[in-house]
Design a protein around this ligand. Structure first.
Ligand SMILES: *[C@@H]1O[C@H](CO)[C@@H](O)[C@H](O)[C@H]1NC(C)=O
Ligand SMILES: *[C@@H]1O[C@H](CO)[C@@H](O)[C@H](O)[C@H]1NC(C)=O
Ligand SMILES: *[C@@H]1O[C@H](CO)[C@@H](O)[C@H](O)[C@H]1NC(C)=O
Ligand SMILES: *[C@@H]1O[C@H](CO)[C@@H](O)[C@H](O)[C@H]1NC(C)=O
Length: 485
């Protein structure tokens, strides 16, 4: 009876706190729903970052298109062949392997995708530990992987696969509970309508009005992506692209207005200044905490985003190199977007699968230090720069997702990820000393929980005795968790 009473009191309290939370959340939602963004950067910049994106940390990037057919050099094959100064190797490649007069367009029917199994891809991405997937809906070549009405005969339904690749992958990815996003190139190297606008020094906007906007609207309305990853913006200013109009529509009226996030490639001088998250340049990884949410987009093939048949093993990132990117990026407030290039047949080659699975295995042990984590006061340790910190804190600040814990935040754990196993299995750290002084902490290694590690403070440094390496569950990188006893 007494037990029941206590239980029901507890339930009442729990209900009260759930109700209180609901009220707060409803209030925040109302504020958000009522807010209409003006098509100017200063207003668009006030948008809170949707929490799912900050928590996700790990995404997969896929570069797939007609360039996957020659799969030579990089996804920039067409322009490198036709318009670069150093095009000899491309001209020779074409002369040696294709009939005279062969055009880039003739590659499209050879983009067969006969082995494309969207469910198998999505399962692989889920196993890699990624939480979102971004597919090239259109690269600079202009070929769309969805049936754009304005890319007649230059899309994956009309020629090549004969399938709506964007739609099929979107469904499969969502079935694995991952978020789906699209990459979209603003410009098209050889689109005559774009080139006409360019000749007018972008005084006309025929391409933007009749091609780009309608295509993006079709993509957003039909596939409801959670990420719109813009690229190919750098020849023109944002007023030519009508970037702020597009973003205001996305944030105010699109079917994904509360969910979608966009990057920063919206015209000359915009990257690193506006957008829900910043990419800056490709493979950007500053090694220090940034004020604004950012993303490090990098490739498993260190030389190319699209599939490259002449890739050799020493050009492929090792799992250690991948983890180095993941850990340093997340410590500094970023997400990683890890790129692989599928083949024209629709396969993901085994070396890419192997790297993604190794990442997934690592995250299945160490994910607690990554997903939903927050930057800590120090990013890499002063005396041990191969050790990177994160923490878990209450609460998420949508206006400043990369904020280090404030006085009001409750830090529930601090994590130190070691990219290198220290000599004699003793780890020395400088930056956690004050914290370990301030309370009674226990130190454990993820994967070997329950085995509390001995530590002491000697000359202002924390010295931690690690477990016997032969008994350690994690491989390649190791996480220590500090929390109060
Ligand atoms: C594309 O064209 C088809 C056929 O003309 C039409 O049914 C469809 O509504 C169009 N879709 C869009 C998004 O404009
Ligand atoms: C942290 O790592 C970055 C990038 O590797 C390096 O430039 C920096 O010096 C390191 N910081 C410390 C405190 O060692
Ligand atoms: C969230 O971050 C903003 C911007 O830095 C700051 O003004 C605000 O006080 C923060 N909110 C909380 C609850 O910490
Ligand atoms: C702690 O301190 C002593 C003496 O300063 C040292 O010999 C010992 O190895 C230290 N480390 C650990 C992890 O206990």
């Amino acid at each position: 009876m007494l037990k029941l009473l206590i239980l029901s009191v507890f339930i009442c309290l729990a209900n009260a706190s759930i109700r209180a939370n609901t009220v707060v959340n409803n209030f925040e939602n109302e504020v958000r729903q009522n807010k209409r963004y003006k098509p100017i950067w200063s207003d668009l910049d006030t948008r809170p970052l949707p929490e799912w994106y900050d928590k996700a940390k790990i995404g997969i990037f896929i570069h797939w298109g007609v360039f996957s057919v020659p799969s030579f050099g990089s996804e920039w094959f067409w322009i490198n062949w036709k318009a670069s100064k150093n095009n000899k190797k491309y001209i020779d490649f074409m002369k040696n392997n294709y009939p005279p007069g062969f055009t880039y367009q003739e590659f499209a029917p050879m983009f067969t995708a006969e082995f494309f199994d969207p469910t198998a891809w999505a399962q692989l991405f889920a196993k890699s530990g990624a939480k979102y997937v971004v597919l090239t809906s259109k690269h600079h070549e202009g070929f769309t992987l969805f049936p754009s009405n304005r890319s007649f005969s230059w899309n994956a339904v009309d020629v090549g696969p004969g399938r709506d690749l964007v739609g099929e992958l979107a469904d499969a990815v969502r079935s694995q509970n991952l978020k789906f996003g699209v990459y979209h190139s603003l410009f098209e190297w050889f689109n005559p309508i774009y080139l006409e606008d360019k000749r007018s020094k972008f005084a006309t906007r025929t391409y933007t009005e009749t091609k780009l906007w309608p295509d993006i609207r079709q993509l957003i309305n039909k596939y409801k992506p959670s990420v719109l990853w813009s690229d190919g913006d750098w020849e023109a200013h944002d007023d030519y692209w009508r970037s702020t109009d597009l973003l205001a529509w996305l944030y105010n009226d699109s079917p994904v207005k509360d969910e979608i996030v966009v990057n920063d490639r919206w015209g000359i001088d915009i990257p690193g200044k506006h957008g829900d998250f910043y990419n800056y340049q490709d493979r950007y990884n500053p090694g220090k905490l940034l004020k604004h949410k950012w993303e490090n987009a990098f490739t498993v093939d260190s030389k190319s985003w699209g599939y490259r048949r002449q890739m050799s093993i020493n050009e492929v990132f090792t799992i250690n190199q991948i983890l180095n990117q993941v850990v340093s990026t997340v410590s500094c407030g970023g997400n990683v977007l890890i790129n692989i290039g599928p083949t024209k047949e629709g396969t993901i080659i085994p070396v890419f699968q192997e790297r993604l699975l190794a990442l997934g295995e690592w995250l299945s042990i160490n994910g607690e230090a990554i997903y939903g984590s927050s930057p800590w006061h120090s990013q890499n340790d002063t005396i041990n720069p191969k050790v990177w910190y994160t923490c878990t804190k209450t609460d998420y600040n949508a206006s400043h997702p990369t904020a280090v814990p404030s006085k009001a935040d409750r830090v529930t754990a601090i994590y130190a990820v070691m990219l290198k196993w220290p000599q004699n299995s003793v780890l020395n750290l400088a930056d956690v000393t004050a914290y370990l002084h301030s309370g009674t902490y226990k130190v454990e290694m993820l994967g070997n929980e329950g085995q509390y590690l001995n530590w002491n403070i000697t000359n202002g440094q924390v010295q931690i005795q690690l477990p016997d390496k032969a008994t350690v569950v994690s491989q390649h990188a190791w996480t220590l968790r500090f929390n109060t006893k």
